[in-house]
Design a protein around this ligand. Structure first.
Ligand SMILES: Cc1cc2nc3c(=O)[nH]c(=O)nc-3n(C[C@H](O)[C@H](O)[C@H](O)COP(=O)(O)OP(=O)(O)OC[C@H]3O[C@@H](n4cnc5c(N)ncnc54)[C@H](O)[C@@H]3O)c2cc1C
Length: 309
């Protein structure tokens, strides 16, 4: 049963029992008890300041690196949208809202002749998710270009944090607990727009050749262990193409899981756990999930089988 809280009045959209599956790249998962899409930063701050501190809150970006479990997400899911998607030039850099899509940011930088952000052209998330995950590709990652972030703490206070204080490392940022990134500054370098576009085309062609980009997927499932490639360990353990229900390890890139049509999030997670076990049995290496698994498992059976890390 959905727990109700005394919510403050808001200008944005606030609804109960909203299915999240259609909003995720995997196209599966349960509902948010509550979904709040704030109109702008002031609306979000008002909500955070006035809602119960007991209410669990989860912030989501473009949902390209998450599995939402089939039992849905307790409390309120906060999703930033149009009011947080501006992109503006700022000397040799950009100041952008955290809901701006990485791809749009890369295009905008190219049109302004600002180089160094081309790697974002191949990452299908939002800037907020890119900060949280220290997203990266083709030799560049967020830590290389991030100047500062701004956002709200759980009490609705605005904070600016310098990138160095996030201690970003491989697919990891130390965001303060419950912090919601709303805006950030990216550093860039003036370059010939034609060369930037050529670089972006090269990245796109390379991804097209190696990744199942038009599938229902969540990108890299597991982190690369120090000195190893997760895809290679998965391949050596015989898991390329492995299928459980409608969930499958991609034949094209075996660190990507696919929803072939009607997979549940439970199927994806059980497939992932099966791969971890097979890789461990074969190599002695225990893969760690890169994809964030959020929410409640649908059944007791599922919850006892699934790992918590
Ligand atoms: C086809 C495909 C290819 C991919 N390729 C790459 C790649 O090359 N490199 C790479 O690094 N990743 C890749 N990914 C994974 C994914 O795109 C990135 O991790 C992306 O940065 C996630 O952003 P998002 O907005 O979708 O975040 P979500 O998936 O919505 O969330 C991810 C995490 O970020 C947190 N978060 C989101 N927004 C905010 C915010 N505003 N404030 C605080 N926390 C927030 C969420 O709580 C969650 O913990 C790929 C995914 C797909 C589907």
């Amino acid at each position: 049963m959905i727990q109700t809280f005394p919510f403050p009045s808001v200008r944005g959209r606030l609804k109960s029992n909203v299915p999240l599956g259609p909003r995720t790249w995997f196209r599966c998962g349960g509902a948010a008890d509550w979904l709040f899409v704030p109109e702008d930063e002031e609306d979000l701050a008002h909500f955070l300041t006035h809602c119960s501190p007991d209410m669990p809150r989860t912030v989501l970006g473009a949902c390209s690196n998450v599995i939402i479990r089939d039992g849905g997400i307790e409390g309120t899911v906060i999703r930033l949208a149009g009011g947080f998607a501006s992109i503006e030039q700022d000397q040799n850099g950009l100041i952008a809202g955290s809901a701006a899509l990485d791809v749009t940011v890369a295009e905008k930088a190219a049109s302004l002749g600002l180089g160094g952000l081309e790697f974002l052209a191949g990452i299908p998330g939002s800037l907020g998710g890119a900060v949280a995950m220290n997203a990266g590709a083709y030799g560049s990652e967020m830590v290389d270009c991030l100047d500062w972030i701004e956002g709200l703490d759980p009490t609705g206070q605005t904070l600016r944090i310098q990138a160095r204080d996030l201690h970003m490392s491989y697919r990891h940022s130390e965001l303060p607990a419950g912090f919601i990134v709303t805006r950030l500054r990216l550093k860039a370098t003036p370059e010939d727009p034609a060369l930037i576009r050529q670089h972006i085309s090269g990245i796109r062609a390379s991804r097209e050749a190696s990744q199942p980009l038009r599938a229902r997927t969540g990108g890299s499932t597991f982190r690369n262990p120090e000195g190893y490639k997760a895809w290679s360990l998965i391949d050596q353990a015989g898991c390329r193409g492995l299928q459980i229900g409608n969930a499958q390890i991609s034949e094209k890139h075996c660190n990507f899981m696919l929803n072939l049509g009607h997979a549940r999030s439970t199927d994806l997670e059980i497939l992932g756990e099966t791969v971890r076990k097979k890789v461990f049995d074969q190599s002695g290496i225990l893969l760690q999930w890169e994809i964030k698994r959020l929410g409640r498992p649908a059944t007791e059976t599922a919850s006892t089988f699934l790992s918590q890390d």
